[in-house]
Write a protein that binds this ligand. Structure first.
Ligand code: NAD
Ligand code: 89Y
Length: 341
C-alpha cells in the first residue's frame, strides 16, 4: 500500500525532501503547505503536486494522510507537530527540533499521548562516511573507543541560502553543532557532562560562529566536538564532518575528501567513503542530500515495520539537551552535568 504524505514548509531545504520522496518507492507526497503562496506555487509546479494549502489546519482537515513532513524553521515546529498529533498523523520534524527544551518535551508528550511516531530529521548520522565510521566501531576492529574528535570547520557562505542564520541570538551550536553533537552521541553513546566555549568571529552576524565542546560519555570515553563557520582553509571542506576515533586496539581517521583510514591489528586500510552524487544533487551539498534520502527511507521502513526511528523525538531530546547545556556552559564557564535531570 502506498503511503500518502504531506510536506509543510516549501523553503530552501525542502527541495531536498521532495526530490528524495520521489526516489522512495511506496511513498508519495500528495499535498503541500506553505503560508507563502509564491513558494507553494513554485514547489507545487516543480514537483507536480496539485493539492496545495496556505494554512496547515486546512491541510489536516481535508487530506487523508499516512504521515506529514515538517520542513519549517524551529519557531513553528510545536504548533505544527501538536496539530499533527491532534489529527493522529505520524510526523517527521526538521532540526533544530525546537527553540526550547520545554517545546521539545511538549512535542514528544503530544505524539506519545496521540500514539503516533515522531522522528526528528537529524540526518547527519545518516551520511555515508559517518555510517562507515560507525560500522568500523561496531565491528570491534579498533577495540573499545576511548577518544573521539568530531569536527566541522568551514567558511562556506551558509547565509545566502539561509539568511535567518545570521539573525538569531544563537547560531552555530543550534544550527550545525546540533548535528555534530548528535554524531558524537551516535558514535560514542550518550554523554554525561559537557563543557563549551563559544566565539563570534564574523562581525556581520548576531550569534556565535565558533564552538569548542568537551564531552564525557557514559561509556567512559571523551570526545571533542568543534564547529566553526569562520575557518578559511586551502580547500573548503563544506559540508564534511571530520572524525577521529582512538580505540584500545586501533584508530579511525575520516579525513577531508571522504577518505577513511583504519589502523587495527590487521594493518592499515584506506577506504573511499564518498557519498553518491544522486541525479538531483549538487556539489558540495550531495553528502547532505544523500543523507536526506537515507533518513526518509528509514522513516518509511519504520512506519511499515512499526519500529521506532533511530532519531525519534524521544532520542532527540538527548541531543537537544546537549545543545541547551552547551549554551549554558558557554554562558557560565561551568561544566554541565546531564545526568541529574
Ligand atoms: P526557509 O525559511 O527557507 O523555509 C521555511 C518555509 O516554511 C518558508 O517557505 C515558510 O514560508 C514556511 N513556513 C513557516 N511557517 C509555516 C507555517 N506555519 N505553515 C506553513 N508554512 C510555513 O527555511 P529552510 O532553510 O528551508 O530551513 C527549514 C528547516 O530545515 C530549518 O529548521 C533548518 O535548520 C533545517 N535545515 C536542515 C538541514 C539538514 O541537513 N537537516 C539543512 C538545512 C536546513
Ligand atoms: O542548516 C544547516 C544544516 O542543518 O546543515 C548545514 C546547514 O544548512 C548550514 O549550517
Amino acid at each position: 500500500m502506498e503511503l500518502r504524505g504531506a510536506l509543510i514548509g516549501c523553503g530552501f531545504f525542502a527541495a531536498n525532501h521532495l526530490h528524495a520522496w520521489q526516489d522512495i518507492p511506496g511513498a508519495r507526497i500528495v499535498a503541500l503547505c506553505d503560508r507563502d503562496p509564491a513558494r507553494l506555487a513554485d514547489y507545487g509546479d516543480k514537483f507536480g503536486i496539485q493539492s496545495r494549502y496556505t494554512d496547515a489546519a486546512d491541510l489536516f482537515v481535508r487530506e487523508k494522510l499516512d504521515f506529514v513532513d515538517i520542513a519549517t524553521t524551529a519557531g513553528t515546529h510545536r504548533l505544527l507537530v501538536e496539530m499533527a498529533a491532534q489529527h493522529r498523523v505520524p510526523t517527521i520534524c526538521q532540526k533544530p527540533f525546537a527553540p526550547s527544551m520545554e517545546d521539545a518535551e511538549a512535542m514528544v508528550r503530544a505524539c506519545e499521548a496521540a500514539g503516533i511516531p515522531l522522528m526528528v530529521h537529524e540526518n547527519f548520522r545518516w551520511q555515508t562516511p559517518i555510517q562507515a565510521v560507525a560500522d568500523v566501531i561496531r565491528s570491534g576492529r579498533i577495540g573499545k573507543p576511548f577518544f573521539a574528535r568530531v569536527s566541522f570547520r568551514s567558511a562556506y557562505d551558509v547565509f545566502s541560502g539561509q539568511p535567518y542564520l545570521a539573525e538569531g541570538e544563537r547560531f552555530i551550536i543550534e544550527d550545525l553543532g546540533i548535528h555534530i553533537l548528535d554524531v558524537a552521541r551516535f558514535l560514542l553513546g550518550d554523554a554525561s557532562r559537557i563543557t563549551a566555549r563559544t566565539q563570534r568571529v564574523n562581525p556581520a552576524i548576531r550569534g556565535e560562529d565558533v564552538a569548542t565542546m568537551l564531552l564525557d560519555h557514559a561509556s567512559g570515553a571523551t570526545s571533542v566536538v568543534d564547529c566553526s563557520y569562520a575557518t578559511r582553509l586551502a580547500t573548503e571542506p563544506f559540508p564534511e564532518t571530520l572524525v577521529e576515533v582512538d580505540g584500545s586496539d586501533g584508530s579511525i581517521r575520516l579525513g577531508q575528501g571522504y577518505q577513511m583510514v583504519v589502523t587495527s591489528p590487521q594493518g592499515v586500510e584506506t577506504t573511499d567513503v564518498a557519498p553518491a552524487l544522486l541525479p538531483w544533487a549538487t556539489r558540495p551539498w550531495h553528502n547532505i542530500q544523500e543523507s536526506v534520502l537515507a533518513i526518509q527511507n528509514h522513516w518509511i521502513e519504520c512506519l511499515r515495520q512499526r519500529q521506532e526511528p533511530t532519531t525519534s523525538g524521544h532520542d532527540n531530546l538527548k541531543t537537544f539537551a546537549l545543545v541547551e547545556a552547551a549554551y549554558r556552559s558557554a554562558g557560565t564557564g561551568q561544566t554541565i552535568d546531564l545526568t541529574n535531570g
